[in-house]
Design a protein around this ligand. Structure first.
Ligand SMILES: [Fe+2]
Ligand SMILES: [Fe+2]
Length: 335
């Protein structure tokens, strides 16, 4: 779940209220704005629950971007050519940039980056469960581009129309970059599928391992997503989990055929009456087990992020010292 807000314990990342919730005039003004499908900006009054939902969703999205750098970063030193290495470095760097835009967007809601990172590092905040799986072969890098970034795009395009202005604007640029990510992954798989039998088998194996996890990225079925309806009323979420998942499947099956791989679902069939593909049951027990910390790489991912934060302390301190010096110099010159 790249962009689905998961519930967190009460008190998590709850920003200060800016107006009394009992102020019905402000509430009516906000409701009318929702009705007209207008953007909400940082200085506008908004209900606490709307603010809290956005902080949770945008910070989880930001965490997913930076934790998402890790599985693919694992292959930078082992990319099979200079070209693939340059592409992969650029992609991983893009994901870091996405995290920064999104932390900035969440900060406009009154929560600090330190608070958000503290929640991530202490395991209170969630990030997309897909990044708790290992990248075992080079084909995993291509499959992540094709399927994980592909699923992320499906989820994120509607967020360009999100009612909260800073989030919507951040998503426009992110989606453009995600589209490159998806294409580079697919292109690298096309090349491998024209290679040796061992390369083809490696691609098929990676597809088999990632397919179901990508379907789970869209979040639980609509019937089990109690927060979705409110998010849809607020214009944060535009399309339901199940509808997004269906669109992803419908778009991906023909791509798999062109690529020459099979998707590991014996129940995957075109349904003429529905004009959509039917698919088999998703293993939600595995999904929730991974969300709850028991996936193959949860501990490793978190430990890597915490170590990066601690080892980067001197960089933050140096940047602050430099900023203070510059400020003091500017004040002196102005005096
Ligand atoms: Fe991204
Ligand atoms: Fe991406």
């Amino acid at each position: 779940m790249y962009t689905q807000a998961l519930d967190l314990p009460d008190g998590q990342a709850a920003p200060a209220a800016r107006a009394a919730p009992s102020d019905s005039a402000l509430q009516s003004h906000f409701d009318a704005k929702m009705e007209r499908d207008e953007k909400v900006e940082p200085r506008d009054w908004m209900p606490d629950h709307y603010r809290k939902t956005l902080v949770r969703q945008i910070s989880q999205h930001a965490h997913s971007e930076i934790v998402g750098m890790l599985p693919e970063g694992n292959w930078i030193s082992r990319a099979p050519s200079l070209k693939r290495k340059a592409i992969l470095i650029a992609k991983v760097q893009d994901e870091g940039g996405h995290g920064l835009y999104l932390y900035s967007a969440a900060e406009t809601l009154g929560t600090s980056r330190d608070q958000m990172l503290h929640a991530l590092h202490t395991g209170k905040a969630k990030y997309s469960s897909i990044f708790n799986y290992p990248t075992l072969t080079w084909a995993d890098v291509g499959v992540i581009g094709w399927l994980v970034d592909g699923a992320a795009i499906m989820n994120q395009i509607p967020l360009c129309r999100c009612s909260y202005g800073p989030y919507a604007r951040a998503m426009v640029r992110i989606c453009k970059e995600e589209s490159f990510h998806q294409r580079q992954g697919y292109e690298s798989l096309l090349v491998m599928m024209q290679g040796t039998d061992a390369q083809k088998a490696m691609v098929q194996d990676a597809v088999n391992r990632w397919w179901w996890k990508c379907l789970a990225m869209f979040g639980p079925p609509d019937a089990d997503s109690p927060n979705s309806a409110q998010s849809q009323r607020w214009g944060i979420k535009r399309i339901s989990n199940d509808d997004l998942r269906q669109s992803f499947i419908d778009a991906t099956v023909p791509q798999a055929q062109v690529l020459g791989v099979t998707l590991p679902d014996p129940d995957l069939k075109w349904n003429e009456a529905r004009q959509h593909y039917d698919h088999g049951a998703i293993d939600w027990d595995e999904f929730w087990s991974t969300v709850n910390g028991n996936g193959p790489c949860n501990k490793e991912r978190l430990a890597t992020r915490v170590a990066a934060w601690e080892e980067g302390a001197w960089v933050r301190e140096a940047a602050l010292a430099h900023a203070r010096k510059q400020q003091a110099r500017a004040l002196k010159e102005a005096a």
